[in-house]
Design a protein around this ligand. Structure first.
Ligand code: NAP
Length: 250
């Protein structure tokens, strides 16, 4: 039997329909959270995921919302609060790539990646933070990337957005720690999702050769780390950048 709404925590996940976000939705539901997620366009995937969360005995809310659009994010967050109650945890996983060497970078690809990846994190965090501050509790996990830590050729736009997320989250952690709110970054290396399957086989093989564990990571491995970080088990961790990358940084 599921817990009463008063005792169940509520988690918000951006970009929940696929990849890491989807894994996080299912993991947090299995952990006992009611879960709300947004997505860009994949309504069928959203409906399927809702069913899976309900099958785990948790309540679920989903809405199409482009995270780069503040009005859409506000609508998603207020819909979540009406449907599920106040938000205890927010995970930002919505993200895109538009790779090219800088010389060939289109202005719109620079702008779109910054808008979705970095503005999107701002929009979600800006929208949830006031209620968390009022309740003097909350936990935020933002998905960055090893590209945001070390840089990556052909990813100036993506790396800039992901480095921005790190600076943003560390600053936020300093601002809101006194309100009992934690903010952390998870920075994955190569994880097996649609985002990486779009890369050609040669690039993936080259990457594997640079990874001491000699394989790409799984969505479940990342979801496990997010599950740990959002929960009270991680109550003394804030402002951290946790890499999950098979040792690619070594
Ligand atoms: P993915 O498989 O491509 O899934 C992206 C998800 O984000 C989808 O649910 C998509 O919704 C949603 N989304 C995309 N643009 C959106 C927008 N404007 N507004 C709302 N939702 C949007 O990506 P992933 O590989 O799981 O990556 C998740 C996060 O981890 C990203 O921030 C990525 O940068 C980061 N990351 C991934 C890797 C990796 O190796 N996969 C490595 C490092 C960091 P639709 O289904 O509707 O399109």
């Amino acid at each position: 039997m599921s817990d009463s709404p008063e005792t169940t925590k509520v988690a918000l996940v951006s970009g929940g329909t696929r990849g890491i976000g989807r894994g996080v939705v299912l993991r947090l539901a299995a952990d006992g959270y009611d879960v709300s997620f947004c997505y860009a366009s994949n309504a069928d995937a959203a409906a399927e995921l809702e069913k899976e969360v309900l099958a785990l005995g948790r309540r679920v809310f989903s809405q199409q919302a482009d995270v780069s659009d503040m009005a859409a994010v506000r609508s998603w967050v207020s819909g979540t609060e009406e449907a599920l109650g106040p938000i205890d945890a927010a995970v930002t996983s919505a993200g895109i790539t538009r790779d090219n060497p800088l010389l060939l970078m289109k202005d719109e690809d620079w702008q779109r990646v910054i808008q979705v990846n970095l503005d999107g994190v701002y929009n979600v965090c800006r929208t949830v933070i006031y209620e968390m501050m009022k309740r003097k509790s909350g936990s935020i996990v933002n998905l960055s990337s090893v590209a945001g830590v070390y840089g990556n050729a052909t990813q100036t736009n993506y790396s800039a957005s992901k480095a921005g997320i790190i600076g943003f989250t560390k600053s936020l952690a300093k601002e809101v720690g006194r309100y009992g709110i934690r903010a952390n970054v998870v920075a994955p290396g190569f994880i097996d999702t649609d985002m990486t399957s779009a890369l050609n086989e040669k690039v993936i093989e080259q990457a594997k050769n640079q990874i001491p564990l000699r394989r790409v990571g799984t969505v479940d491995e990342v979801a496990d780390l997010v599950s740990y970080l959002v929960a009270d088990r991680a109550s003394y961790i804030t402002g951290a950048v946790l890499q999950i990358d098979g040792g690619i940084h070594l």
